[in-house]
Design a protein around this ligand. Structure first.
Ligand code: KIV
Length: 285
């Protein structure tokens, strides 16, 4: 049975920390699911760490659905949240409902995530009324980097902190079942986490959130273009992959791979007529 939003909310009530990871493909989703992660985000961060864009802004809904479907096929137990990309939930309630429904109906996700507070509250309310669970996302909201002036910590000043707390309360009231807090100071994240009954899931938001989310490519040490301060590399797969590829190149060039033991055999006598035929063809030519 898949993890439900009720179980995620229960984890907060029990004081049990909630680990979440991103995943973007079948293989990784299967592995992290088997490792026991209860909560997977198919984040639009895939634009940067999988597709090589400079930000999440170019990511399209078709790209998100394509990756979400692969993750759903890989992870059988975790609750899967599909990230709604840039400008797919702003212009109208009906367009938001239509786009969110594609994540649930076409891609098989169990919930969607969208960025922003008060400005998206009406959409959150309607999605929830229609039976689509919604995860909020406050603080550093990467789809607004041009408005925010870059990838910066949010809520350090009193006014910003107050606005974030207010937005968090508005999202809870609108029906969100959890909220990502990205790059918010630890004391503010703690205050928000205590104020809300729904779980806060932090990334760069300190240890007091109800759960943590990390980008899988950071955790695995795969994406090395930029490693944020708040990321922790539990493995260094980029180095391992480079070493493996270099060993492969060396062995192919040295003809030590593949060996005959790794090759498929046949009765070579069957080739004799072909050899004779091809050599006489050569003579004719
Ligand atoms: O896209 C993403 O991976 C995210 C997380 C950083 C929360 O939104």
């Amino acid at each position: 049975m898949r993890v439900t939003i009720t179980e995620i909310k229960e984890m907060k009530r029990r004081g049990e920390k909630i680990p979440m990871l991103t995943a973007y493909d079948y293989v990784t989703a299967k592995i992290v699911d088997e490792a026991g992660v209860p909560f997977i985000l198919v984040g639009d961060s895939l634009g940067m760490v999988m597709l090589g864009y400079e930000s999440t802004i170019p990511v399209t809904i078709e790209e998100m659905l394509h990756h979400t479907k692969a993750v759903v096929r890989g992870a059988k137990r975790a609750l899967i949240v599909g990230d709604m990309p840039f400008m797919t939930y702003h212009s109208s309630v009906s367009e938001t409902l239509h786009n969110a429904a594609r994540f649930i109906q076409e891609a098989g996700a169990q919930a969607v995530k969208l960025e922003g507070g008060e400005v998206v509250a009406e959409k959150v309310r309607r999605l929830v009324e229609c039976g689509i669970p919604v995860m909020g996302h406050l603080g550093l909201t990467p789809q607004s980097i041009y408005q925010l002036g870059g990838f910066k910590v949010q809520g350090k000043a009193a006014e910003g902190a107050e606005k974030l707390l207010k937005d968090a309360c508005i999202l809870e009231e609108a029906g969100a079942f959890a909220i990502v807090l990205e790059c918010t100071p630890a004391p503010l994240s703690k205050l928000i986490s205590r104020k809300l009954t729904i779980p806060t899931i932090g990334i760069g938001a300190g240890p007091y959130c109800d759960g943590q989310v990390q980008v899988i490519s950071d955790v695995l040490g795969l994406y090395t273009d930029f490693v944020p301060k708040h990321a922790k590399q539990y493995a260094k797969l980029a180095e391992k992959i480079k070493d493996a590829a270099a060993d492969y190149i060396t062995e192919v060039k040295a003809q030590s791979f593949p060996t005959m033991e790794q090759s498929y055999t046949m009765d070579e006598n069957l080739l004799k007529p072909l050899e004779i035929a091809s050599s006489s063809m050569g003579e004719e030519g």
